[in-house]
Design a protein around this ligand. Structure first.
Ligand code: NAD
Ligand code: 3PG
Length: 523
């Protein structure tokens, strides 16, 4: 079998692979070169430097596995790989300490102007008064994303006597408390923190999580750090805030486009930058290279992988019966997680009717994956979803009842946090998945595309203005369902729309008299 390594990989990983396979190390390939070359290979091992695009996947007729020696898989077209049956694995733990240490190094370098002072002295200047710094002791650090790296950063900053504020929709109050972190909102972090660091994946929710509005709220002495992914902090807004003197500095390791030679803040004096070095330590590189090499060896020899991103660990015969329900459960999980706008500590999956007699473990895993994916994106997969829920103190409960009201089988997923809960129920009719209730109210929705779900008072002159607002913004409504509540009572409305709806338009809808809430659900 043949393995292509297309980014620089630690020798320990290369030699492990060479013990088993014919290994070709070719770095710096263009997309065209990779498309041409990949045809012959059974495995591809990469870091962040290789873009595994749809074209590359389409050309990869022998490829069985893509191994990412690191965390982020945003440079891999996962859907294309999944469609082609190519396993994608990563090495989620090997570089977390290095990334956390780099974050702390960036914070300290920024606090004490070390890169600028170093450059000045090497230019034979003695400019002590230009490099007055600040202490971090007693200061407040805001950590956005309290996963593996965020948690390690918080721990290290506490060692330097910093107070930690955190935001992570996926972390419960209890867990935050055990980490010594005060859980709050992004805006509160923007207002109160002296240093702010981001440690999330780049998703629809995290893109521009620090934007012009947040820079406007920050204190004049605020400093921001991005050692996660370019785009989590809006680069234009950051440049504007620095130029206007709204904040005191920034330390950036990752960029929307790398190398970032056209980046709008790269030349600003109080910005320090590194060329995506978070994982660049000897230790981390050995860890991730060995981890990925072991995964590739196992998979190419017919075994399984530990850190799969896209392949369910379900036996083929079980899959054949459960496949439509696995898809349904994942979709329902995603829908309900998008509807609940607080953290949750319990996921309840209820099976009714014929499905309750089956071994539903795989369906439950799919439901949990669907729920968690809203916050964790590609970090969650069929294999790790239950463990991720457990590690975040989220209880997963299954219940079964042999009777089902209208459909042969129905699945409900309910998320809880204290007295707040939301639920979505679905069924499979023919081969088509349907949402049949939202929060217990009957609807009949094909769960696909964009949907606005709102609660409103069941009385005249509420639905019309919503439709007018969408029409005025050129958003076409392709379907509408309204729950059945008594006149004057609270009811659900679900509007299928043909395009994504911005927060501004949703705010317009939320402002309509009689509307209680409105959420965009993307499926
Ligand atoms: N600079 C580097 O070289 C380097 C090295 C390693 C990792 N990384 C990047 O660091 C990031 C974090 O990695 P990790 O291993 O800690 O991942 P992780 O999956 O362990 O943690 C990510 C956390 O982000 C949280 N999150 C998701 N959506 C959120 C949202 N909307 N708001 C706030 N929090 C949200 C999740 O709940 C999770 O706890 C990734 O983007 C990864 O690619 C960069
Ligand atoms: O996601 C990651 O693991 C980091 O961004 C590291 O990327 P690298 O392996 O290309 O250094």
């Amino acid at each position: 079998m043949k393995v292509l390594i297309s980014d620089s990989l630690s020798e320990e990983g290369v030699s492990k692979l060479q013990e088993h396979f014919d290994v070709d190390v070719s770095t710096g390939l263009s997309e065209d070169e990779l498309v041409e070359k990949i045809v012959d290979f059974d495995a591809l091992v990469i870091r962040s430097g290789t873009q595994v695009t749809k074209r590359v996947i389409e050309a990869a007729d022998n490829l069985k596995i893509v191994g990412r020696a690191g965390v982020g898989v945003d440079n891999i077209n996962i859907d294309a790989a999944t469609e082609k049956g190519i396993i994608v694995v990563n090495a989620p733990e090997g570089n977390m300490l290095s990334a956390a240490e780099h974050t702390i190094a960036m914070m300290m370098s920024m606090a004490r102007n070390i890169p600028q002072a170093n450059a000045s002295l090497k230019a034979k200047k003695w400019e002590r008064k230009n490099f007055m710094g600040v202490e971090v002791n007693g200061k407040t650090l805001g950590v956005i994303g309290l996963g593996r790296i965020g948690a390690e950063v918080a721990k290290r900053a506490q060692g330097m006597e910093m107070d930690i504020l955190g935001y992570d929709p996926f972390v419960t109050e209890e867990r935050a408390k055990s980490m010594g972190v005060e859980l709050t909102t992004v805006d509160d972090i923007a207002k109160r923190a002296d240093f702010i660091t981001v440690h999330t994946p780049l998703t629809k929710e995290t893109r521009n999580i620090l934007d012009a509005a947040q820079f406007d709220m920050m204190k004049g002495n605020a400093r921001v750090i991005n050692c996660a992914r370019g785009g989590i902090i809006n680069e234009e807004a950051l440049a504007d805030a620095l130029k206007a003197g709204k904040i005191a500095g920034a330390a950036i390791d990752v960029f929307t486009s790398e190398p970032p030679f056209d980046c709008p803040f790269i030349d600003i004096d109080n910005v320090i930058v590194t060329p995506h070095l978070g994982a660049s330590t000897e230790e981390a590189q050995v860890n991730v290279a060995v981890s990925v090499a072991e995964e590739v060896i196992s998979v190419l020899n017919g075994g399984s992988a530990r850190n799969t991103i896209n392949i369910p660990s379900v036996k083929p015969d079980v899959m054949a019966v459960l496949a439509p329900y696995i898809g349904l459960a994942e979709t329902l999980g995603s829908a309900v997680a998008q509807l609940l706008d607080t953290n949750y500590d319990k996921i309840e999956i209820s099976y009714k009717g014929e499905i309750s007699e089956k071994d539903t473990r795989a369906v439950t895993v799919a439901a949990v994956k669907g729920v968690l994916e809203v916050a964790l994106d590609s970090a969650v997969n069929y294999v790790n979803a239950p463990a991720l829920a457990k590690s975040r103190d989220i209880e997963v409960v299954e219940s079964k009842s042999e009777t089902s009201d209208e459909y042969a089988s129905a699945i409900s997923i309910k998320l809880y946090q204290d007295s707040v809960s939301r639920s979505v129920t679905g069924a499979v009719v023919g081969n088509e998945a349907k949402i049949i209730t939202i929060d217990g109210q009957h609807v009949d929705i094909v769960p696909k595309g964009f949907m606005i779900v709102s609660n409103h008072i069941n009385r005249p002159n509420v639905i019309g203005p919503c439709c007018l607002a969408l029409g005025a913004n050129n958003i076409n409504i392709s379907g509408m369902q309204v729950g059945r509540a008594e006149v004057g009572g609270q009811t659900i409305m679900a509007l299928n729309v043909d395009a994504e709806v911005s927060e501004e338009i949703l705010d317009e809808i939320r402002g309509i008299d009689g509307i209680i809430d409105a959420t965009l659900v993307t499926l």
